[in-house]
Design a protein around this ligand. Structure first.
Ligand code: ATP
Ligand code: MG
Length: 211
């Protein structure tokens, strides 16, 4: 798919994630997608209360939100949204609702591109209302070390062939960093310099996260 820039319409990338913590690969991904797809902005959306409950205890959402702000503050094209973390605590947050929110927020004047890594896009058929989701926004799936996208076309093609033209694969400079890696390095007392932005590292130390 080649993105058709529509005059009068914004091109907005949405980068969802737990961001526990946000790291260099998230930033490389968002910036590479922004440049390659000529997006007007990328909005980072720290997850609220996702249905695919993680076994571990995710850090407090305000910590994740603030680290995402610290990491993105120097990029004029990046911003952070509280839309998911401000939902009521007892409500699950679904990507479909987040995308609907952004369509409303931009009053239908934006083309929305949801950015995911290879691991996340491979799970899309388990997401709530995935058919509708694939029809109301485009997906940009980026390569990620350790995950293979070769089955993606087949998987989606079988379940939802009409969505294939709405998914783009982008090869990005491989960065084998994960939040899991950072959390375990901190827990082991190992340095995380250059894996996350300096301000995020300082925030982690200051608040004693992941010990
Ligand atoms: P965790 O290890 O806790 O799952 P994570 O590093 O996978 O953390 P998430 O917050 O789960 O980070 O991911 C947010 C988004 O960023 C997802 O779409 C994920 O696929 C993507 N992503 C994360 N790390 C990378 C990476 N190294 N390369 C490409 N995409 C990535
Ligand atoms: Mg992950």
């Amino acid at each position: 798919m080649t993105i058709q820039k529509n005059p009068g319409k914004l091109s907005v990338g949405i980068m969802g994630g737990t961001f526990d913590p946000i790291h260099m690969a998230h930033l490389v991904t968002a910036e590479e997608v922004r440049i390659q797809f000529d997006l007007d902005r990328v909005v980072f959306v720290p997850s609220g209360n996702p249905p695919h409950k993680e076994a571990r205890n995710v850090s407090d959402q305000e910590h994740r939100y603030l680290m995402t702000e610290l990491a993105t503050i120097s990029n004029p094209y990046f911003s952070v949204s509280r839309v998911e973390i401000d939902r009521p605590d007892d409500e699950l947050t679904y990507t479909i609702d987040t995308i609907r929110y952004f369509h409303q927020h931009f009053e239908g004047k934006a083309n929305i591109y949801f950015i995911t890594g290879a691991d996340a896009i491979l799970e899309i058929l388990t997401w709530k209302d995935y058919r509708e989701l694939l029809s109301i926004c485009s997906f940009i799936a980026v390569t990620r070390p350790g995950y293979c996208l070769s089955k993606l076309e087949e998987t989606i093609g079988e379940a939802c062939p009409e969505a294939l033209c709405n998914i783009d694969i982008l090869e990005i400079p491989a960065v084998a960093i994960s939040s899991t890696l950072i959390r375990s390095r901190v827990a082991e007392g190992k340095p995380i310099k250059y894996l996350a932005p300096e301000a995020v590292t300082q925030y982690i130390v200051k608040h004693g996260l992941y010990r």
